[in-house]
Design a protein around this ligand. Structure first.
Ligand SMILES: [Zn+2]
Length: 452
């Protein structure tokens, strides 16, 4: 068995050497005289199975028709594609169903049907990353006061409810003290109302006194509620207000914590500890960068042809410094205004940026896939392989057999590439994992490489 294998390897190498020599001698001409380059001592080559050797020069399987190859016989005088030893010469592979991911079953190799999508052209643009305004907050102090501590730095990620800074405000101190006072007043009013109700029940005092006590209690309740509202407006949480009720009046300070209202990254900070700030002055800018906007400039003529409200226009964004990563998004807004000098219109693309690699201010390249054209054949980019300048895809032939077929590529878009030639819609191809099959059909070449 081993001897036979060695023999095959030696004949293969011999064959290659002869092919190279002959190819060299006949530079460029296809009329190569017949030669018995791949002669084996077993059997004569028969029929069309000799396609690879008949003309003395190896014809790539990519240039042969599948029908012809499927009826050819190999040097072992069996159908070439069924021969486990020679099949690779046809660019064909036999795949056990166990390696194919299908119907929810995982596997090394994924298949996909060849699809089509409407396509007119790709419009290249440049753009700039900006924050998504709806996910950006400008944090200010609710009251004037002195900043006691800042807890965050620029670039830091924060979660909703994290403390951004603490401010010491005389107004807060006053409001807290007022709250404690109003609480004491209410407690007293409650006791009085209770006692008056008892006395009235025992017919000791008059009804009017009981009514008066009840009114005073109601008033105290309203006043406490008012100071509570004032504290809430100052930025105290209900929990903090509740805890305030348990503290002694002499421990009350005017310090309040200002918290993040949402998750995000601190983009700007305009305050230091010890600084006095007015209320309403912007101290921090916080933006959730997991989704960003890219603003691109459309030429006047292009803007006229686009109607984002009508159909969704897919967009792809790429930036230097993000490792070649392509971001998919959708054009969702075209500005109603034109820039007077540049005669351009701003277009907005919303992009998911979960890794946070796109940063506001970054310049990016944008591709818009303009709709409205014909349906073109598309396949996932991972399905397409290349060897010596030729591109090919593994197509399902029948049963467990797959065969590589040449394809002519068009524009790429996202993870898809347009196939100008070589495939038709509905054919089944290998998508993810196709590279695993490449080495198998290029075995001969690799074998020759090892022999060097
Ligand atoms: Zn064979």
């Amino acid at each position: 068995m081993k001897k036979r294998k060695n023999l095959i390897i030696i004949t293969t190498i011999l064959f290659l050497v002869v092919v190279v020599i002959i190819g060299f001698r006949n530079q460029g001409t296809s009329e190569v005289t017949s030669t018995k380059a791949a002669g084996t001592d077993t059997e004569e080559q028969t029929g069309s199975g000799a396609a690879a050797t008949e003309h003395g020069e190896e014809k790539s399987d990519l240039d042969r028709s599948v029908d012809e190859m499927w009826t050819a016989k190999c040097e072992h005088d069996i159908l070439h594609y069924t021969c486990d030893e020679c099949r690779y010469e046809l660019g064909a592979v036999k795949l056990s169903p166990t390696v194919i991911a299908e119907n929810g079953k995982s596997g090394l190799i994924n298949t996909t049907p060849v699809g089509t999508q409407p396509f007119s052209r790709v419009l290249p643009l440049t753009g700039e990353v900006q924050v998504n305004d709806t996910k950006t907050v400008h944090v200010s102090s609710p009251l004037p006061g002195i900043v006691r501590r800042t807890m965050v730095n620029i670039g830091q990620k924060v979660s909703a409810d994290d403390v951004l800074f603490e401010i010491d405000s005389p107004e807060v101190a006053e409001a807290k003290a007022d709250y404690l006072k109003k609480m004491a007043v209410l407690q007293l009013a409650r006791k009085t109302a209770e006692r008056e109700a008892n006395l009235f029940a025992k017919k000791i005092s008059a009804e009017v006194e009981m009514q008066e006590a009840k009114t005073r209690q109601a008033e105290a309740e309203i006043e406490l509620a008012n100071t509570r509202t004032r504290l809430t407006r100052s930025g105290l949480s209900s929990k903090e207000i509740e805890m305030l009720g348990n503290s002694a009046a002499n421990t009350v300070t005017g310090v309040i914590a200002v918290r993040a209202s949402q998750n995000g990254t601190v983009l700007e900070g305009h305050v230091n500890s010890g600084e006095f700030v007015e209320s309403g002055k912007e101290l921090f800018v916080l933006s959730d960068l997991s989704e960003v906007w890219v603003w691109a400039n459309l030429k006047e003529s292009d803007a006229l042809t686009l109607n984002p409200s009508g159909s969704k226009i897919p967009a792809e964004v790429s930036a230097q410094g993000t490792g070649g990563k392509k971001y998919q998004g959708t054009l969702d807004v075209i500005s109603g205004m034109m820039h007077e000098q540049t005669r351009t219109v701003r277009a907005r693309i919303t992009i998911s940026n979960s890794e946070g690699l796109l940063r506001p201010g970054m310049f990016v390249n944008v591709k818009l896939l303009l709709p409205g054209g014909e349906n073109v054949v598309t396949v996932p980019k991972v399905a397409v392989l290349a060897d010596e300048g030729r591109t090919f895809v593994f197509v399902h032939k029948e049963g467990d057999y797959w065969i590589r077929r040449p394809v002519t590529l068009g524009e790429t878009f996202g993870d898809q590439v347009i196939i100008r030639n070589g495939l038709t819609s509905g054919q089944k191809i290998i998508a993810d994992g196709s590279f695993l099959l490449k080495s198998d059909v290029l075995r001969k070449k690799m074998g020759a490489g090892c022999a060097d």
